[in-house]
Structures are given as structure tokens and as C-alpha cells.
Design a protein around this ligand. Structure first.
Ligand SMILES: Cc1cc2nc3c(=O)[nH]c(=O)nc-3n(C[C@H](O)[C@H](O)[C@H](O)COP(=O)(O)OP(=O)(O)OC[C@H]3O[C@@H](n4cnc5c(N)ncnc54)[C@H](O)[C@@H]3O)c2cc1C
Length: 381
């Protein structure tokens, strides 16, 4: 087994770049946003066979075991920027199981997450519990050796494609909200589970509603202690929080803006030049800020609450660039699909649509600003 960390940074970067250049399929290169599993499966298989499916997982569990520095290089060089249905298991649940799972849970689930035989959805949000997640009401009542689950989750990304869900459920109503929550593993094929797609702006059913009607779940599927799910769910894989601030999304959007603007002759327009320069500087700011957090991660220093700034800046800048692309596209601004701009094809509307929810998922911009106000600026709640 190769010890990637023993390689020089340059050699490792070259290795990742070459592998992607040679193997990453052309039809996925322009996918922005979400892959379907059917689109992604073959490519994923290639990564898996190479041993590159889980860059941050320890080698004992089949990961690459990359240290912070190598992990950041991998993130910078990888071309598959869009999130796929493998995300829930590989990025979210896997590390939680490694920390809190029983030996049986680790042995049973981790290999199937790695091979993507099981695809995991995240079941946190509910109609009455989003930003205020601790208000969740989906209930799990112990009955012998099983929980009986009733309730509803919403905005479950990939609910229709995933085979399993890790969910936060209420197991004690008599205590403080956070203290009565447990972390449960559910098979989405269990009797009593109903998954319904929600059509979004792009016309796809990326996320879903999931209903539970007397669903029986083995007690062995509880991760961590009963009523300790809040702590389990807070287990963060430090460096993954950085992924969201990766400037590549904005850098590519800026390239698309330049392509559209060039073909429309807009670089001769001083009004446009002002806007473009501002956006280009915003992307530079993002890249600089991202680099600063990466340096912290490389040195093994903690990443503080101020990382919220990165999420706000990355997502809001992405929205601003995509709005500008639509404006510059003129008559094409309302058309779907790849459109000709000069010799290049640019999809104008799809990236615009999918940039909209980025300021909502993984903590809204308002909530991130609250975090900054409270924990960084020390303002009162
Ligand atoms: C693309 C996408 C994918 C998602 N995938 C998943 C998934 O796989 N699994 C899952 O469980 N969830 C998922 N979510 C849900 C996501 O976690 C929630 O949308 C998010 O937590 C916000 O909750 P909400 O939608 O209920 O909005 P609410 O919390 O109801 O917020 C509504 C508005 O009020 C504002 N607001 C709320 N509280 C405050 C406050 N204290 N101060 C100031 N303003 C406030 C918010 O910023 C927002 O503008 C996804 C969401 C999106 C957009």
C-alpha cells in the first residue's frame, strides 16, 4: 500500500493531476452541482479500485489516510467538484461511525460505504426544524429490542437514490431539546418508509421528503449512547469544513463569465469592466482567505468559528457571478442547456439555479452571520 504522505507535495500533486487528466470522464467535466449515481458510478468505481475513494479516511478503514497538507492538494487537484450520492456516507457518516460506532457497526457499514454498496442520506431537517434543528420531532420509541420510528424528514438530498439514512430522532421528550435526541441508522427499504421527491428549480428531484410510519429499527442501529445524538451529530471532520470554501467553484464561474462577456463584446464596456473587476477581486479574496485556513489546517491548528466567513463569502460570491452571467448572456439569459458563446459552450441557467440554495444548505448565511456576531465579534445574542 502506498504511503502518500511520504511523497513530496509536488510529486503527489503531479500524481493526482495525471490520474484525473487520464481517467476523469469528459462527460462529467462540465457537470456543476449534482451528479446522479448513474452518471457517477463508473467513475467512482475507478477511484475505488485505485484506493482513492476516501482521501481523508484512515488507511486501516480503506482510505488514503492523507494528512492535512496532502488532503488539501487532493481537493485542489480533483476535477469532480459536484457532490454525488456517495457524499453522505463517505464524507458525513463514515467519520462519525469511526468515532462513535460500535465495533459491529464499523465492521458492517464502513466497507459498504467505501464500496458505495450502501448510499447514505442525511436525515436531519424537518418541516419545523431547520436552522433550529434541536426542535426536531421525528420520534423513536423503544419497544423491546427495536425502535419504532414515526415522523417526517425533509430536504433529504438524494433520498430517492440512497439506500440508507442516518437520522436524528427524538428519544426523550421530557428533557431539554438537545438532550433528548439520538442518532439512528435506518434502512430506507424498511416497511413504513415512504420517499417522495421534491422538484427543484432545475426540474430535478435532488431532494426529498421522507415519511416514517411505525418503522421498526433494530436497537443495534443506535450510534453512540441513547439521547446523546446531538453530540454525535456535532462530530465534525475538521478539514471537511474547508471544502465548502474551496474557491474553484467561483474561479470556474468567473471563467464562464469571461467567456460570455468576451463573445458579447462586453470587455469594451467600462460599466461591465467595473463589475467584472470587482467580482474577480472578490474571488481573489476568497482564494486568499481559503489559503489562510488551509495553512492553519496544514499546521494542525484549530479552525475557529470565523470559518463561517468562508462559507458566506464562497456562496454569496458564487451567486453574484452567476447573476452577472445571466445578465451578460442577453437573450440567452433565459435558456436552458449549453449555449454557444464564441467557440465555447456555456450553460447559463443551470449554474445560476444551483447557486441559489448554496446560501441555505449547511447553515444559512443568516445563521453563519449570527455565529460570526456571537463567537467572533462577541456581540450579545
Ligand atoms: C441544497 C440543499 C440540500 C440540503 N440537504 C439536506 C440533507 O441532505 N439533509 C438534511 O437534513 N437537510 C438538508 N437540507 C436542509 C438544510 O439543512 C436547511 O434548509 C437549513 O438548515 C435551513 O433550514 P430551513 O430550510 O428549515 O429554514 P429555516 O431555518 O426555517 O430558515 C428560514 C429563514 O429564516 C432565517 N433564520 C432562521 N433562524 C434564524 C436566526 N436565528 N437568525 C436569523 N435568521 C434566521 C434563515 O436564515 C432563513 O433565511 C438541505 C438544504 C439545501 C438548500
Amino acid at each position: 500500500m502506498i504511503d502518500w504522505n511520504a511523497m513530496s507535495d509536488d510529486a503527489f500533486r503531479h500524481e493526482v493531476r495525471s490520474f484525473y487528466a487520464e481517467h476523469f470522464p469528459m462527460h462529467l467535466r462540465d457537470v456543476i452541482g449534482y451528479y446522479t449515481w448513474a452518471q457517477q458510478r463508473d467513475w467512482y468505481r475507478k477511484l475505488y479500485e485505485r484506493g482513492w475513494a476516501a482521501p481523508s479516511w484512515p488507511r486501516e478503514h480503506g482510505g488514503m489516510g492523507l494528512d492535512a497538507s496532502k488532503l488539501l492538494i487532493f481537493v485542489e487537484e480533483r476535477l469532480d467538484l459536484a457532490r454525488g450520492p456517495d457524499f453522505g456516507g463517505l464524507v458525513m457518516l463514515g467519520p462519525v461511525l469511526m468515532k462513535f460506532g460500535s465495533p459491529e457497526q464499523k465492521a458492517r457499514y464502513l466497507p459498504r460505504i467505501l464500496s458505495c454498496d450502501d448510499l447514505w442520506a442525511q436525515g436531519y431537517s424537518e418541516p419545523g426544524a431547520g436552522s433550529d434543528l434541536a426542535s426536531l420531532r421525528t420520534e423513536a420509541v423503544l419497544d423491546g429490542n427495536e425502535f419504532v420510528v414515526n415522523g417526517q424528514k425533509i430536504w433529504t438530498t438524494w433520498g430517492l437514490e440512497c439506500t440508507h439514512m442516518f437520522a436524528l430522532v427524538r428519544t426523550d421528550k421530557s428533557v431539554k431539546k438537545q438532550a433528548g435526541i439520538s442518532f439512528l441508522l435506518l434502512d430506507l427499504k424498511s416497511p413504513g418508509v415512504k420517499v417522495r421527491g421534491i422538484r427543484n428549480l432545475t426540474g430535478q428531484e435532488d431532494f426529498c421528503e421522507v415519511f416514517f410510519d411505525d418503522v421498526r429499527v433494530p436497537r443495534a442501529n443506535l450510534v453512540g449512547e441513547l439521547n446523546d445524538g446531538w453530540r454525535v451529530s456535532k462530530a465534525l471532520v475538521g478539514h471537511e469544513r474547508l471544502l465548502i470554501g474551496n474557491p474553484q467553484h467561483c474561479q470556474r464561474a468567473l471563467q464562464r463569465l469571461a467567456t460570455v462577456a468576451r463573445s458579447q463584446g462586453l470587455f469594451d464596456d467600462t460599466g461591465f469592466l467595473d463589475k467584472y473587476t470587482q467580482l474577480a477581486l472578490d474571488v481573489e479574496d476568497l482564494a486568499a482567505s481559503y489559503g489562510r485556513y488551509c495553512d492553519l489546517a496544514r499546521r494542525g491548528e484549530p479552525i475557529g468559528a470565523d470559518v463561517s466567513l468562508l462559507k458566506i463569502w464562497a456562496t454569496e460570491t458564487l451567486q453574484r457571478i452567476n447573476e452577472q452571467i445571466v445578465e451578460c448572456a442577453g437573450d440567452y439569459g433565459g435558456s436552458n442547456g449549453l449555449l454557444p458563446f464564441g467557440s465555447a459552450g456555456v450553460d447559463v441557467l443551470h449554474p445560476f439555479y444551483i447557486s441559489r440554495p448554496t446560501t441555505i444548505g449547511a447553515g444559512t448565511s443568516e445563521v453563519q452571520r449570527n455565529i460570526m456576531a456571537k463567537f467572533v465579534l462577541g456581540l450579545p445574542s
